[in-house]
Each structure stands twice: as C-alpha cells, then as structure tokens.
Design a protein around this ligand. Sequence first.
Ligand code: TMP
Length: 198
Amino acid sequence: MFVSLEGVDGSGKSTQARLLAEALGPETVTIREPGGTEAAERIRGLLADPELPLEPLAELLLFLAARADLTERVIRPALEAGRDVVADRFSDSSVAYQGAARGLGVGEVISLCDRATDGLWPDLTLLLKLDPEDSIGRAVGEDRFEAEGLLLQQTVAAAYDEIAQISDRMVPVDATGSVEQVHQRVMAAVEAHRGQPA
Ligand code: TMP
C-alpha cells in the first residue's frame, strides 16, 4: 500500500507520517518529499533556500525531477517488494502549491506529475486539515513557502479541499487536537481504506 500525507505547512504531516509508518511495521518505507535519494536531497536544498529566486515553472520542474528519481529508485522497488510506503507529501503537493498557488494550472500540473512518476499515484492520500492561521505558527523554520506567509497557505488549503472533492483516494482528516488523537483518526482512515474491496 502506498499512502501519502498532505496538508499546509505545519499541519503535523511529518509526525503523523512517522507514527503511521511505525504502526504499519518495520518493513515500511518512509519518504519525505522533496528528498529521499541523493539527487533529490540536493534538489531539496535548492528549493528550500528563500534567497534563491526561481520561476514557478523552474520550481515545479525541480520538484518533479526529485520525484521522478525517488519514484523509480525507491518507491517502485519497495512496492514491488511488497512493502508499504508512507510519503510525507507527493504529487498532490505540486498540484496544490505549483498548480493552484503559483498559478501554473491544476490540470497541467496533474499531467506533468503523471509523466514524472510514470503514472504512479498513492492508493490513499490523507489530507491533514488544520486552519492555516493555526498551522503557520507551528511550521518549523522558514522555507520559501512558509516565508510567503498566510495568503499562500490559504490558497494551498483551498486547493487541497478542491482536490479532495474530486478525488476518490484523498480522505480529509481533522488535524486539530493532540498528536495521539490525530494518529487515531489517521489509523481509522487507513483501516477504512484497507476494508474496501480492491
Ligand atoms: P515540507 O515543509 O513539508 O518538508 O515541504 C517543503 C515545502 O515544499 C513545503 O512548503 C511544500 C513545498 N512543496 C511544493 O511546493 N511542491 C511539492 O511538490 C512538494 C513536494 C513540496
């Protein structure tokens, strides 16, 4: 099973990805986007630098380059070996941040993500829902997106809601409350997905 976690910066994805991976067992592969291969980690460094000016299309293509490498070298081999993969962000982040917030177009970015991953999309995507006004204070550090403030996060949150409405695989999860409460909701969503006929 391939599960991704999505949400605005500071929504608690990384903590929940770790707890979900622990619950799924020691064979689970956890990845964080952008990153997860040597090349992708270097690309992450470029993208994280708020001082480095980047055109929106260049920004998107860097995310896609990192994802293409990660998908072929880590995610596909893990899934083929029967392992679960938990991703802290995947293609929906590009759709929300670059497609919607940067204005490159949602449909266009979905197509490019599909090309970069050779058609690999998660089986289940958990959208951690937290009001950007609450999450922005929790985001650690300041990358180029967090540095742009609340308006960008609100646009991203609205884009995620739209994707959730049209996508069968994206399940909204209430991300308010304690880490343990959110983890229970995450597990309930995963169990509900597992209980569905394939
Ligand atoms: P992180 O803070 O969750 O590690 O993610 C890094 C930042 O990159 C975050 O602000 C979201 C952004 N991002 C995109 O804009 N597009 C993408 O495709 C991905 C994976 C992340």
